[in-house]
Design a protein around this ligand. Structure first.
Ligand code: 13P
Ligand code: SF4
Length: 358
């Protein structure tokens, strides 16, 4: 089927399906006690904390202070494979925990809250997705990391925002036509940049979809000296105003390395913590979620990322439940496209560094 002729049903969540964003509040004494308890338990349980940039400053600081890791979803997956601990605690959302388990079946993977979902993952149920793929057997199936293990197992390639453009260009050079799932905005951006024939699944991230182009235009007019940094899960008319489009890691790097003093940033505001640490002298403004048609469902902070806190982290270390478990046949199959992604990313890094025979 021709991509232009194809119309896909909307797989966005309704506002009623999105939980409220509730950020953990702690007084300083409770926080200090929890931090000390978690540090002790991480050692006793041979556990390492891996956190996404969108989690709370407290979790990110703990991960950094205890030999763990804070990064984007691609890099979290890579770190998990290199880390020696028997237990990984993944502070993030479920697909990140599942990716860690898929790549490290011998490790125990625990999450502070197993209900930490992702609207992209929820909007791509395996039965519907498999039926869709079956209708287009001539297409290579590329899925974003923000999907369930079962959806990954049905794919040929897994990608993250950090490598999507590179990989799709690579597949296009081989003459492949694609199915892309689940993010319609990232898919539309990749399609626009590469011109590749892609059938797009029609899901969205509730956080990034809320950024508004008209509000952003107005804010840019008020701050003409600011550079605009946008995560590619945002709508195309927001991306169109960006000076730089990139993964969470690329956005942190941009704030640190670009000469501008002021930035307008369209991504989850959890990322501001790392940005402020990396570039304390820079002025960071949140891209607006107000404007024509605005509905602030998550208000620039992922409700599922916010489910991770010090209290439930301490609890899961103490009790050892909230373990990620995946059917072994699905895990084995899902490992193939993720490993393909990691190998491709490694190869690309070597090409970039001019070190291709290493
Ligand atoms: P990154 O891969 O850029 O970390 O993004 C993951 C994510 O869920 C963004 O909303
Ligand atoms: Fe999913 Fe969006 Fe939350 Fe990222 S920010 S985990 S894409 S809902």
């Amino acid at each position: 089927m021709n991509a232009a002729a194809f119309v896909m049903k909307d797989h966005s969540l309704t506002p009623a399906q999105v939980p409220p964003t509730v950020v953990e509040t702690l007084d300083s004494a409770e926080k200090a006690a929890l931090v000390a308890r978690i540090q002790r338990l991480l050692k006793e349980r041979d556990a390492t904390l891996v956190a996404h940039y969108y989690t709370s400053p407290e979790l990110q600081e703990l991960a950094d202070a205890t030999g763990g890791y804070v990064s984007d979803s691609l890099d979290m997956a890579r770190f998990g494979t290199e880390c020696r601990s028997g237990t990984l605690i993944v502070a993030g959302v479920r697909f990140m925990g599942e990716t860690a388990k898929i790549l490290n079946p011998e490790k125990r993977v625990l999450m502070p809250d197993l209900g930490a979902e992702c609207s992209l993952d929820l909007g791509c149920p395996i039965d519907e997705f498999a039926a869709f793929c079956d209708q287009h057997p001539d297409r290579t199936v590329v899925v974003y990391a923000n999907t369930s293990a079962a959806v990954k197992a049905r794919s040929d390639w897994v990608v993250t925002s950090g490598i999507a453009l590179d990989l799709v260009k690579h597949l296009a050079e081989k003459g492949e036509k694609l199915i892309w799932a689940p993010d319609r905005h990232l898919g539309a951006y990749v399609q626009q940049e590469t011109g590749v024939d892609m059938l797009l699944w029609n899901g969205a991230c509730v956080v990034h979809e809320a950024f508004k182009a008209d509000g952003l235009r107005q804010l840019r007019a008020e701050h003409p000296d600011a550079q605009v940094l946008v995560h590619p899960e945002s709508p195309l008319d927001v991306i169109a105003q960006a000076d730089l489009v990139g993964s969470t890691t690329a956005l942190v790097k941009a704030v640190t390395e670009l000469p501008a003093k002021k930035f307008i940033i369209a991504t989850d505001n959890g990322l501001f913590h790392k940005m402020k640490l990396a570039a304390p002298d820079k002025i960071l403004l949140e891209a607006p979620i107000v404007g024509k048609g605005a509905t602030c469902v998550s208000c620039a902070h992922c409700p599922w990322m916010a489910m991770n806190g010090l209290r439930n982290l301490a609890r899961v270390l103490e009790v050892g439940d909230h373990e990620i478990r995946i059917d072994e046949a699905i895990r084995e199959r899902a490992a193939l496209p993720i490993r393909r992604l990691l190998d491709f990313a490694k190869q690309r890094r070597q090409v970039v560094l001019g070190n291709n025979d290493a």
